[in-house]
Design a protein around this ligand. Structure first.
Ligand SMILES: Nc1ncnc2c1ncn2[C@@H]1O[C@H](COP(=O)(O)OP(=O)(O)OP(=O)(O)O)[C@@H](O)[C@H]1O
Ligand SMILES: C[C@@](O)(CCO)CC(=O)[O-]
Length: 414
């Protein structure tokens, strides 16, 4: 019996998802400890258009054209979704890597990065197909005839600690879930600057997207905690352990700067580094992870439970962020460029830490000015720090972090 067609899909739609910054707790969270993290206003977007922007070659009914990170993959949709076809064979058959990786457009990524992204893309597509179509072998027959194109754009630096891989995996999971009719139409999301222009999904839809995206993260990083994809899916600010996520109200009155050192790093490598250290010297390194966990618990106490009401949240967060960086440094996952930024901030009475997997990538600076400064003096203090960073590290990128952006969403009007 022929597989039933897909539910009607618009010929064009756009989905986006945010990156994240970790305030406290990276690496320790991989071992079940508590982290505090927030989504940020830098997003990855995918625009779906059908039919595909190429004529279907002979024997291919649903060509898919996927453009991302300066790469373009032309994929046979039937091979992509065929669970008996190894993903490497799909990669080899796609008209991607050989020509494009050698081209100037693709110099931002290595072959390994492109392969990982492709592997995750393939994994996610197959998972969504398996959830929608039984038997999975019939999934390809339900793709739109003529295929489709998917064009990604991202404001997130790749491999810089801001969850670019998670944003890619979450957007991809949402697109494939929509293609296979797994998602509801969601609800309009109203904000002052874009009333109703975006739609967000209900809890069950978000849980589906998050679970599928996690498998993409596993392909890319091996043993992720799930924090990055969870923040990208749900947005906002949360306390996170791999077993539990607790959403928090906005962090009003606390501001942050992100500084990208431009030093490339690899999350999988950083995770392996910590695993090896723990295996070799558990007595030395376990306590560091437990201390990081204690910082996450203290944050909960001060910001959520407000157990004594006497602790100044600003003073606490300044101290916690600094201490977290020192613990991560001792764990061996920082980088001299990150340490230099943290020292610069500390010398001016501010707090800073690496954010994400470390080894390069971004530092997070907390704008809690030294006590006793007026708001204007505080702003001048931060501007002075930015000027010093610009002068001493001209290659670094500095930007104000908008924390708590909404999670994955559908854009009505794009
Ligand atoms: N827009 C994108 N399109 C395709 N793949 C992407 C995209 N953005 C990121 N990736 C994939 O994710 C990898 C980067 O993931 P990595 O975990 O090293 O960095 P990150 O997610 O930016 O940082 P962190 O995990 O520390 O938050 C890239 O090498 C690439 O394979
Ligand atoms: C280093 C890490 O803790 C954060 C990476 O953004 C890894 C993870 O949580 O999966």
């Amino acid at each position: 019996m022929a597989a039933s067609p897909l539910p009607p899909l618009p010929s064009r739609f756009t989905i986006s998802a945010p990156g994240k910054t970790i305030l406290l707790g990276e690496h320790a969270v991989v071992y079940g400890h508590q982290a505090v993290a927030a989504s940020i206003g830098l997003r990855t977007t995918a625009q779906f258009t059908r039919p595909a922007a190429v004529a279907a070659p002979d024997g291919v009914t649903a060509p898919l054209v996927v453009a991302t990170m300066g790469l373009e993959w032309v994929i046979d949709g039937a091979r992509l979704l065929d669970p008996t076809c190894r993903w490497e064979a799909v990669w080899d058959a796609s008209q991607c890597h050989a020509s494009l990786l050698a081209s100037a457009a693709a110099t931002v990524v290595t072959t390994e990065q492109a392969r990982r992204a492709f592997h995750a893309f393939c994994t996610i597509a197959r998972l969504a197909a398996a959830q929608a179509v039984t038997p999975p072998a019939e999934a390809a027959a339900r793709l739109p005839a003529g295929g489709f194109s998917l064009e990604y754009a991202s404001a997130l630096p790749v491999g810089a600690g801001l969850g670019s891989s998670a944003a890619f995996n979450v957007v991809t999971a949402a697109v494939w879930s929509r293609v296979f009719g797994l998602l509801s139409d969601g609800e309009p999301h109203h904000t002052a600057d874009s009333p109703g222009a975006r739609r967000t999904w209900h809890a069950a839809d978000l849980a589906r997207i998050n679970a599928i995206a996690l498998e993409g993260e596993r392909v890319m990083h091996g043993t992720p905690s799930g924090l990055d994809n969870t923040l990208s899916t749900y947005g906002g600010i949360c306390l996170y352990t791999p077993q539990n996520m607790r959403r928090l109200p906005p962090l009003t009155g606390h501001a942050f700067t992100l500084v990208d050192t431009g030093v490339p790093k690899d999350t999988q490598h950083q995770l392996t580094l910590v695993r090896e250290r723990l295996d070799r010297w558990p007595g030395v390194y376990q306590p560091l992870l437990e201390s990081i966990h204690a910082l996450g618990l203290a944050f909960e106490q001060v910001f959520v439970d407000d157990a004594d009401g006497k602790t100044d949240p600003v003073a606490f967060l300044r101290e916690a962020i600094t201490t977290n960086h020192l613990l991560l440094q001792a764990l061996g996952v920082s980088h001299p460029s990150l340490d230099a930024l943290v020292d610069l901030a500390r010398a001016r009475g501010l707090a800073a830490k690496m954010t994400g997997a470390g080894g390069g990538g971004c530092a997070l600076i907390y704008h809690a000015a030294p006590p006793g400064l007026s708001p204007e003096e505080g702003a001048a203090h931060v501007a002075e720090l930015h000027a010093v960073i610009r002068a001493s590290h001209p290659g670094m990128t500095i930007q104000q972090a908008v924390v708590g952006d909404i999670g994955v969403c559908l854009h009505d009007s794009l």
